[in-house]
Design a protein around this ligand. Structure first.
Ligand SMILES: Cc1cc2nc3c(=O)[nH]c(=O)nc-3n(C[C@H](O)[C@H](O)[C@H](O)COP(=O)(O)OP(=O)(O)OC[C@H]3O[C@@H](n4cnc5c(N)ncnc54)[C@H](O)[C@@H]3O)c2cc1C
Length: 509
């Protein structure tokens, strides 16, 4: 059927892709009562690489999303930091997230996850929060009118082409879809990170001694490095990353090539000495990925924006992919929510999204590029982290804060517990107003709950959002803008607000 003759739906936000970026933006916009449809071409659970996560994602964004308890019930290995055989130091060195002042216990840990399970939890949670998430739904194009994007065309699971009109389109479709090109500009591939990764899965590999058995292990060799990520008591994700100039080593049989590279890392070779490679099921394939280090020159245009891998990715060595995906989704959600509520213009709200996202990306890019210098030791890497973050902290504190995902200083990443607790305490107050207005609206019900949209509730929310004083934040210190003339997150972290006058800018980069 032609899309023009199909029934046209209208919503506030359409999200393309149901990975971590897509589920996060969809959830955080739906939480403000807006109507959100998410379109995912696969049927979940589906495979994805990117299994090692950061504390800022688990205790920050996942806390805001309300999934920390469900994640804790999954028996995912607990990641306390990393062990690296890297640089001139001949012995492996380690770091613990707990050394970061921004991630005190119990937030100084993350998980190693099977992405099939993790992504499925986030997608189901989005549905629970009111998102209309449709699987087997492939977006084939955007709908635009002049400068402005106002919807998408997609093919549903029965092969019917449909159109959804929306105020915003979020492209969260990862690195292989072509939708990102509709934003304009170009995808710039990194001149520095021109790597290829090959990886597989093993049963019964060895573990680091407790309490570090859940840590990621990375070991360098002349042409690249290997990762070793425990996914359960017995299953391990193991891969090798090499420069593109060494691509000839990947020719021929994929198993021989992978094992040949893993044998180059003594510690990984030893850990796999009693292990068996998984050869069937979803983990039975040896996969190869290349051209994954890039950034789109534009992150947004009127009515559309990119989040996660659709916008940019750098390099897997410090497991920053899911952090960048979910953090960019949080930044974009604030912008969408602020525009939909009428608080800010699209230009102002998305300029803040763009600046913060680029700042996060650039800081990691600069640090990761210096981390590939193998002629120095770990103390030099720690110093470099302090240099690129400009943090007032020791070198090790700056390093652990950066690689935990907390250098932006955002409370949403480092004190989500405080935000949620503060927000919950005002919920009872809000509930009465919500119930009243919900009853008032229910006769003209639009089909999806717009819980926080009614004017009386918005009035209450505005009150608590604009007064970013220490008292109104339950003792939390109000956030300062990251840029001169910039914005700060609202008390619930779901919108942008203009900071109180005279708040000093963090003034970094
Ligand atoms: C070798 C390697 C190792 C990595 N290791 C790590 C790691 O240890 N830790 C880490 O955090 N990150 C890691 N990453 C990065 C990580 O994989 C990504 O950054 C992360 O998956 C990005 O999430 P996303 O939601 O943006 O995209 P994705 O997870 O790719 O999700 C995008 C979704 O969009 C869907 N989609 C695509 N096109 C369409 C369409 N047209 N219509 C509808 N749906 C569509 C896809 O099916 C998919 O489900 C690694 C990357 C590589 C290459």
């Amino acid at each position: 059927m032609n899309g023009d003759s199909a029934v046209r739906e209208e919503v506030d936000l359409v999200v393309v892709g149901g990975g971590p970026a897509g589920s996060t933006i969809a959830s955080l916009v739906a939480m403000q009562g807006h109507r959100v449809i998410l379109l995912e071409k696969e049927n979940f659970p589906r495979y994805q690489i990117g299994e090692s996560l950061l504390p800022g994602t688990i205790h920050g964004i996942c806390k805001l999303l309300g999934v920390t308890e469900e994640l804790a019930q999954q028996s995912f290995p607990v990641k306390r930091g990393g062990v690296f055989k890297w640089g001139v130091n001949p012995t492996p060195w380690k770091f613990n997230f707990a050394l970061s002042p921004n991630f005190p216990a119990p937030t100084s840990t993350a998980y190693q996850v099977e992405r099939m399970k993790f992504d499925d939890i986030l997608l189901r949670n989005a549905r629970r929060l009111g998102v209309d998430a449709r699987e087997g739904a492939t977006v084939i194009d955007i709908v635009e009118d002049g400068d402005r994007v106002h919807g998408v065309r997609y093919v549903d699971e029965s092969g019917v082409e449909r159109v959804i009109e929306s105020k915003f389109v979020a492209d969260a479709s990862g690195n292989t879809s072509r939708i990102h090109g509709k934003i304009g500009g170009e995808r710039h591939y990194s001149d520095f990170f021109k790597n290829i990764a090959t990886f597989g899965y093993f049963e019964n590999g060895k573990r680091l001694p407790e309490p570090y058995s859940g840590n990621i292990l990375c070991a360098a060799f002349d042409e690249g490095w290997c990762w070793y990520i425990p996914l359960s008591d017995t299953l391990t994700s193991v891969g090798a990353v090499i420069g593109r100039e060494h691509a000839a080593q990947l020719r021929g049989d994929s198993e021989t090539a992978l094992m040949g590279l893993l044998d180059r890392c003594d510690i990984v070779k030893d850990f796999l000495s009693d292990a068996t490679r998984v050869t069937d099921g979803v983990y039975g394939e040896i996969r190869t990925r290349k051209d994954y280090s890039y950034s789109q020159s534009e992150f947004w245009r009127p009515g559309m924006f990119l989040v996660g891998d659709a916008a940019c990715f750098i390099d897997p060595v410090f497991s920053t992919g899911v952090h960048l995906a979910t953090y960019s989704a949080l930044l974009a959600a604030r912008s969408v929510n602020s525009v939909l509520s009428g608080d800010l213009s699209e230009q102002v709200a998305f300029t803040e999204f763009d600046r913060r996202y680029r700042r996060e990306y650039r800081t990691f890019y600069e640090f990761l590029a210096s981390f590939y210098d193998m002629q120095v030791d770990e103390n030099s890497y720690f110093w470099q982290a302090r240099k690129v973050t400009n943090m007032k902290a020791t070198d090790v504190e700056a390093f652990t804060t950066l690689v935990a995902g907390g250098h932006s200083g955002e409370a949403a990443l480092t004190d989500a517990e405080g935000i949620v607790a503060e927000f919950e305490s005002s919920t009872e107050l809000l509930n009465g107003a919500v119930n009243d207005t919900w009853e008032m609206q229910s006769s003209g019900n639009e089909g999806m709950g717009r819980l926080f949209d009614p004017p009386v509730v918005r009035g209450l929310m505005d009150g608590s959002n604009q007064m970013l004083t220490k008292d109104s934040l339950g003792g939390r210190v109000p956030e300062v803008p990251l840029f001169e003339d910039g914005l700060v997150p609202s008390a619930d972290s779901l919108r942008w607000v203009v900071p109180v006058p005279d708040a000093p800018a963090a003034g970094v980069r």
